[in-house]
Design a protein around this ligand. Structure first.
Ligand code: GLU
Length: 588
């Protein structure tokens, strides 16, 4: 029969008698049996941790309860400094940041640097710089040259004494023990389990060091044999634990029966134990992490209960998926196949930070896009983010969608902001263009301002790198004209149009005055000055007035697509426009 445990209090929903036994176990497994065992536990704890003199109470005293207003959430990110920052890191961090800052809480950075093999030099700096570059700021935690906040150390490598103090107390309570199994022995057990079609792991009869007499342990210690410290699980896989996840909703998970490793042979904790200790002491109220951790959630819930601590709430975020361009099927983003998984990709390609963040928000909350349509100019952080609107099943990453979001975001920026961002980006990524782009800031900004600021702004730029093809014709050095004229316009007509326009051009003309001139040229050269008239009697004209302005656009910009012609010419100035008209006439 299944026995349900509430995941935060450890209270059994039924079978109170069994619950009492359970609590007895957690308060001192084996201790009740006889005093000798109890003495052994004390002795064992001293043997294993002779240098640990602090007690759990000492540690607790160093971590005061956080004084926060009601409802304020404490969240953290806990990346490992492996040198690779991926989109999933940012996706989760945005959830953390919003939950904390929306509620007046605290968002902090803890560095999980317990796995020295995976650590790379400069990994911590990379983490901090990357989050910073995406506009995420931490209220406390690890910094480049140390840390801020009173709940540290925020680097797990500096917390060995804390973990060991708690493990020592678990040993004293009979809830942890050393295990001297070698790799080969563990492998042999694995093989046996495979053969017998049993669950893998260290449990039941396979937990060979669980009840070994203290003499055996002492003998191994004397020999200097390496060992890990394992948790003594009282869990049973027949039992289910109820868990309500902020993203995944209500679920039942199987109780853990494995004697998992708490401390590795170098005295460094496993993720499981460090997570429980740190998130308790640091006062995390919501743990946001990838759904790959759901499998070991029963271990974490069990450890919180054993420690007598309230577990935080959990938000297990769904994996980022994409449609495989080859198979058309959904799959996880892969480090090897998908450059867009790496956060470094976005800056290099020229994505703007707010665009990436807005896109992540569209992935995170299904109602964000609707909100954005209703509030086109509001800062993203005004959006009421909620874990309830997060998809439990998987978020589909779509780069085309990102580009659309990006165009929209950039279209709402000021020309000044675009100028600054492109200046910075091009300095790092396209120095030649940078030199041209910044040569005359007023002209460049003037160009970027065309079609901006209206209700329906132009959406030409998705990436900062799009700025170059968007405005290259403005620079003589990059001007590579294509003088192909519209089909209806012969070279002779084009020449005649340009010849007529050249003496009339005045950059100070009002738009109306400019258009009157174009209409006059249309009449003069056999084109209809009025589009309606052309539509009614196309046989009477060479083409509509639009053909006339197109010829001028092609001469000035060297292509058919360019923003508002008159604004462009005004920015270019008389001399340059005249030169362009002449060059085109000569080429026709
Ligand atoms: N270091 C863990 C990871 O990168 C952190 C998981 C967590 O947030 O608890 O997956």
């Amino acid at each position: 029969m299944a026995v349900f445990l509430d995941d935060t209090t450890g209270q059994r929903a039924s079978e109170s008698a069994i619950y009492s036994i359970y609590i007895l176990c957690y308060n001192g497994a084996n201790n009740g049996e006889n005093g000798v065992k109890n003495m052994d536990n004390q002795k064992l704890a001293e043997l294993l941790f002779p240098n640990i003199t602090s007690t759990p109470e000492d540690i607790e005293a160093r971590y005061p309860r956080r004084e926060l207003s009601e409802g304020a959430k404490v969240t953290r990110i806990a990346p490992s400094p492996t040198g690779f920052m991926h989109l999933g890191n940012l996706y989760g961090a945005l959830v953390d940041e919003r939950l904390a800052h929306q509620s007046g809480g605290v968002f902090y950075l803890r560095i999980e640097d317990t796995d020295k093999k995976r650590e790379v030099e400069g990994g911590v700096k990379m983490i901090i710089d990357t989050f910073h570059s995406f506009g995420l700021s931490f209220d406390e935690g690890a910094t480049l040259d140390g840390e801020t906040g009173i709940y540290g150390p925020y680097r797990q490598s500096q917390r060995a004494e804390i973990y060991q103090t708690y493990v020592k107390s678990l040993v004293q309570r009979g809830l942890a023990y050393p295990c001297f199994c070698t790799e080969a022995e563990l492998e042999a057990a694995h093989k046996e389990q495979e053969q017998k079609k049993e669950n893998f792991g260290y449990y039941g009869p396979y937990a060979v060091w669980r009840d070994r007499p203290i003499e055996d342990i002492e003998a191994e210690l004397k020999k200097g044999s390496p060992y890990v410290v394992r948790f003594r699980s009282e869990g049973n896989i027949e039992n289910k634990v109820r868990h309500e996840d902020l993203v995944k909703g209500k679920m039942e998970v199987t109780e853990n029966d494995q004697d998992i490793v708490l401390l590795k042979s170098d005295g460094i904790p496993t993720y499981h134990f460090a997570h429980v200790v740190d998130d308790h002491l640091m006062g995390t109220s919501i743990v946001v992490r990838g759904e790959e951790w759901l499998a070991t959630l029963p271990v974490h819930l069990q450890l919180f209960r054993a420690m007598g601590w309230k577990a935080p709430k959990y938000a297990h975020t769904a994996q980022l998926m994409k449609l495989d361009p080859e198979t058309g099927g959904k799959r996880k983003l892969s480090k090897r196949k998908d450059p867009e998984l790496a956060l470094s990709y976005y800056y290099k390609e020229g994505y703007s930070v707010p665009a990436v963040m807005e896109y992540l928000m569209t992935l995170l909350n299904s109602n964000f896009e609707e909100w954005r349509r209703a509030n086109p100019d509001a800062p993203m952080n005004d959006f009421p983010f909620s874990t309830k609107k997060m998809s439990a099943s998987g978020a589909l990453f779509d780069i085309d969608k990102l580009n659309d979001v990006s165009k929209n975001v950039i279209s709402h920026m000021t020309a000044e902001a675009v100028y600054d961002a492109v200046t910075k980006w091009s300095a790092d990524n396209d120095p030649e263009f940078h030199a041209l782009f910044t040569r005359n800031p007023e002209i460049t900004k003037g160009y970027l301002a065309i079609g901006r600021g209206s209700k329906k702004p132009r959406k030409d730029l998705a990436l900062w790198s799009d700025t170059k093809p968007y405005m290259d014709f403005m620079f003589d050095e990059l001007f590579m004209p294509d003088y192909t004229m519209p089909e209806r316009v012969s070279s002779e007509d084009a020449k005649a149009i340009l010849a007529a326009f050249k003496p009339q051009f005045d950059e100070n003309d009002s738009p109306d005055c400019f258009f009157e001139k174009i209409k006059g040229i249309a009449e003069q050269t056999g084109f209809a000055s009025d589009t309606k008239a052309y539509k009614e009697h196309p046989e009477q004209y060479k083409g509509p007035v639009g053909d006339v302005s197109m010829v001028i656009r092609i001469a000035v910009a060297g292509r058919q697509n360019a923003p508002d012609l008159q604004s462009v010419m005004k920015l270019m100035g008389r001399e340059k426009v005249q030169a362009r008209l002449e060059r085109c006439m000569a080429a026709l």
